[in-house]
Write a new protein. Sequence first.
Length: 323
Amino acid sequence: MSIVFVRTYDFNDGTNELEHFVSEGYELLGIFNWSDHFPGARWLDLQGVRRRCRSLVGEVNVFVGNIIDDHILKRSLHDNQEEEITNEDDFVDVLLDPPPTLGMQGNSKLSNSDMIAVLWEMIFRGTDTVAILLEWILARMILHPDIQAKAQAEIDVIVGESGRQVSDSDLPKLPYLRAIVKETLRMHPPGPLLSWARLSIHDTQIGTHFIPAGSTAMVNMWAITHDEKVWPEAHEYKPERFLGAQEGDNFPIMGSDLRLAPFGAGRRVCPGKSMGIATVELWLAQLLGSFKWVPCGEVDLSETLKLSLEMKNSLVCKAIPRV
């Protein structure tokens, strides 16, 4: 939130409106809508899905639109020198005044409605996937204390005895921690069926399979990352597979190598992939650097597929400060 809006939100500060928007959005996306299967019943809206969607869109437009208006007002005050200029630029400021490298000057600048869509996408799709991936990683760290200790030792070498937090500039010096993130993405891809979705516009024959026009084809990333022919010892959690000469520290996960493409590939690849990975790596480094993570009971790795691949039973653990 601080990156997008330069605001932080707490559950007790009266800003649970945003939490409601996100929760409502995920519920609507995951709901089984009978109208999708019986087109003739769409106008009835028996489950109220369309009504709730219209209501949510209106509320989000007002919420995010007010934030954009606040930024516009502050920028006008800066221009009139009625308010002290600060360096707290956020993503809203980038959209309002895009750098020349983006080629969005003059009439090509985004409209308010476009900015609302971009900002909401960053919040809506940038919250659950990061939290879910970190939960999977911590579960693995608890189940594999030797791996957790090795990552913490790597962090200690970087920060030394200063006691400082890991910063984003330290991440390139933490290859083992980054390998942990990659291995967790391989074992527990947050979007196992949503990495790519393609609509067949013509009848298509692929091998022995006939795909009629109008069909939606989805790549099963989970099946690829658990295939022994693609990944040796595919069901073993081994971050080391992303180190050394065999795969190397620079194994790509941004879509160029289809053995592991958690963000999709091609023109519709996830636009927030770089920010998402950087956020997970930084938060993980700070969590492991500050705490030792131990179980409070049995860790259940059972999966459930909602909008993302989540832990069926939420992780319950204890964080012990590292002295």
